[in-house]
Design a binder for this molecule. Structure first.
Ligand code: ADP
Ligand code: MG
Length: 344
């Protein structure tokens, strides 16, 4: 009996000669959401498809609730794995209405048609698509099909949910509603979830832990705060959010600076914690503004609340409140967080 719902060890998957996943290890605990964050082509879909049973491993093992479901010897068919998956491309049945699609998982468990449909309607209501209940996929837009696919997954009662970039076709507002709904469900059901996305904000906002994937390999696993604040290398830093890399003031170290770790100050004397720079670009983002500064130590992105107060070409002063040392080679790992301004 293992404590994890999902346990993956040494998982490798290839397409012909091309290795799409290589030696992947991961665990997901009951009730936990693990975001798999990686750029396009990094192997996210391959990982989820292998867990769901649509591809077989070339090496490694997949355990679900303490049961071996995939290895080079074992391949439990998809319908026997208790896994609910939302695909990147909706995969709805063309002949079923939205209501029957969402009612299907409960019907399959033997629930009465009226009960299953009532529950299905509730879920469609929560995702704001109840008015589409009678339509078939051909009568739905891409975003609407995606919401029906999500509603169907939420209607399942599986110990493991797999989401493959499920919000790609959704408007920001609907995306928020869905993510809230997902988190509420998750907490209530004690199910585990793997959530694949290339969107750092989404991954950091919804996951308990984030796994960074590149070229089929795990680069880092940690809490959202850990992968954002203490990335293992520059690649991880750039994948998890906006990042500037400055050369150290004294030694030749490379320092990661997030836009909110630096503030603008009235132009003054240089110090190890800051300096002066010229504004190269300004962006108004609504709740805050961003400035790109050209400084002696590199280009620096700065985030300040409110609308812009400086213009292109102006000289401004900046001050670092926090930094994170990046390994020079990309192979070593930074050890301790650095806070140049002392405790925060
Ligand atoms: P992601 O979902 O992160 O975009 P994928 O898992 O789809 O990544 O792809 C990982 C790698 O495997 C990519 O290099 C992709 O080109 C390759 N790949 C994916 N599906 C196939 C396939 N059916 N046949 C051959 N190569 C594939
Ligand atoms: Mg994909």
């Amino acid at each position: 009996m293992s404590a994890e719902t999902l346990r993956v060890r040494g998982l490798s998957v290839s397409y012909g000669d091309a290795l799409a996943l290589s030696g992947v290890d991961l665990d997901v605990a009951p009730g936990e959401v693990l975001a798999v964050l990686g750029p396009s082509g990094s192997g996210k879909s391959t990982l989820l498809h292998t867990l769901a049973g649509f591809r077989d491993p070339d090496a490694g093992e997949v355990w679900l609730d303490g049961r071996l479901i995939a290895s080079t010897e074992v391949s439990e068919p998809p319908e026997r794995r208790e896994v609910a998956m939302v695909f990147q491309n909706y995969a709805l049945w063309p002949h079923l209405s939205a209501l029957d699609t969402v009612a299907y998982p409960r019907r399959r468990r033997g629930e009465r048609r009226a009960d299953a449909r009532r529950q299905a309607l509730e879920i469609l209501e929560r995702l704001h698509v109840a008015h589409l209940a009678d339509r078939r996929p051909a009568e739905l837009s891409g975003g609407e099909q995606q919401r029906v696919g999500l509603a169907r997954a939420l209607a399942c009662r599986a110990p493991l949910y797999l989401f493959d970039e499920p919000t790609a076709h959704l408007d920001t507002h609907v995306r928020g509603v869905f993510l809230e709904e997902l988190v509420i469900r998750q907490r209530d059901s004690g199910a585990a979830a793997l959530y694949a996305t290339h969107d750092a904000e989404e991954a950091l906002g919804l996951a308990d832990r984030v796994l960074l994937l590149t070229d089929g390999q795990v680069v880092q696993v940690g809490t959202p705060e850990e992968v954002y604040s203490c990335p293992v290398d520059q690649w991880a830093a750039q994948l998890t959010g906006p990042a500037s890399v400055l050369t150290g003031a004294v030694t030749s170290t490379r320092l990661l600076v997030r836009p909110e770790w630096v503030s603008l100050v009235p132009p003054g004397g240089d110090s190890p914690e800051g300096g002066r720079g010229q504004v190269e670009a300004v962006w108004f983002r609504g709740p805050h503004s961003e400035y790109l500064l050209d400084t002696a130590r590199g280009r620096l992105l700065v985030r300040e609340p409110g609308p812009p107060v400086h213009r292109r070409g102006e000289q401004v002063g900046w001050h670092l409140r926090r930094t994170w040392p990046l390994p020079v080679s990309g192979t070593g790992r930074p050890q301790v967080p650095s806070s140049v301004a002392g405790p925060e």
